[in-house]
Ligand binder design. Structure first.
Ligand SMILES: NC(=O)c1ccc[n+]([C@@H]2O[C@H](COP(=O)([O-])OP(=O)(O)OC[C@H]3O[C@@H](n4cnc5c(N)ncnc54)[C@H](OP(=O)(O)O)[C@@H]3O)[C@@H](O)[C@H]2O)c1
Length: 217
């Protein structure tokens, strides 16, 4: 698949690198620093470009920017009609102290309203960026789904969710479809809990996906 990365920071840089290592064609975009995009692209044997170039011809795009940058990056990326948009973006205030969307809606639903012709899927927000490379490295060993860390995702298009599940599996997680996009109202606060466990707790980031597994096991 061709995958456009909108936001090449901690999440976009790592997920884009892993999608490329899993055999997909990746275009990194949206950073303050074009040299960083080129460096990421060189290391991952991928490409660097503008958000419009990343979105053009993409089968899927990953939206991985701070909530305050969403309108800017979407304006640059265009309509994204018919495309799978995987979003790990959380609706945080500028100083990251609290969520600015929630209870009766979610960032994922607000994004879907901004891009009604795209197929929005909420995924990856529950996985701190620190765990991504080690989950990928262990995927050859963890071939059975019971041994892979769970990763919840939700969306309204079954076709888009099938593609999302494949991408989630490609980088070493066990995809767990938790339903319609509106379920993101529960995933997003859970993601903050996961981050709290990862960064403030004593168990380290890997505890977060063990916690996810508890739910299903
Ligand atoms: N980090 C995590 O573990 C994690 C986990 C779950 C969910 N999330 C969510 O995922 C999203 C991305 O998080 P992140 O940690 O990857 O953020 P990040 O490291 O700050 O990355 C954001 C990207 O946007 C770029 N950017 C910001 N402002 C820009 C501007 N004015 N012009 C051009 N580029 C700009 C940054 O550029 P630079 O490359 O120059 O910095 C960076 O590449 C957020 O919504 C966050 O809440 C993060």
């Amino acid at each position: 698949m061709r995958i456009g990365i909108l936001g090449s920071g901690l999440m976009g840089g790592k997920l884009g690198t892993l999608f490329a290592q899993a055999g997909h064609q990746v275009v990194f975009s949206y950073s303050h620093d074009d040299k960083k995009l080129e460096r990421l692209a060189r290391r991952a044997k991928a490409q660097a470009g503008t958000p419009a170039e990343a979105a053009r011809g993409a089968d899927a795009v990953l939206l991985a920017v701070h909530w305050s940058r969403v309108d800017d990056v979407l304006d640059q990326a265009g309509a994204l009609s018919g495309k799978l948009v995987l979003s790990c973006t959380l609706p945080m205030s500028k100083d990251d102290s609290h969520m600015v969307v929630g209870l009766t809606t979610s960032a994922a639903e607000a994004l879907a309203a901004k891009r009604p012709k795209a197929n929005m899927v909420s995924a990856f927000s529950t996985a701190p960026s620190e765990v991504l490379f080690s989950v990928f490295a262990a995927r050859q060993k963890n071939t059975k789904k019971e041994t892979r860390p769970d990763l919840v995702f939700c969306g309204d298009s079954s076709k888009a969710k099938k593609t999302a599940a494949r991408l989630i599996r490609d980088i070493g997680f066990n995809p767990v479809d938790v339903g319609a996009l509106s379920i993101a109202r529960y995933i997003e606060p859970f993601s903050l809990l996961a981050a709290e466990i990862a960064y403030e707790g004593k168990g380290g980031p890997q505890l977060t996906y063990r916690f996810e597994r508890l739910k299903t096991g």
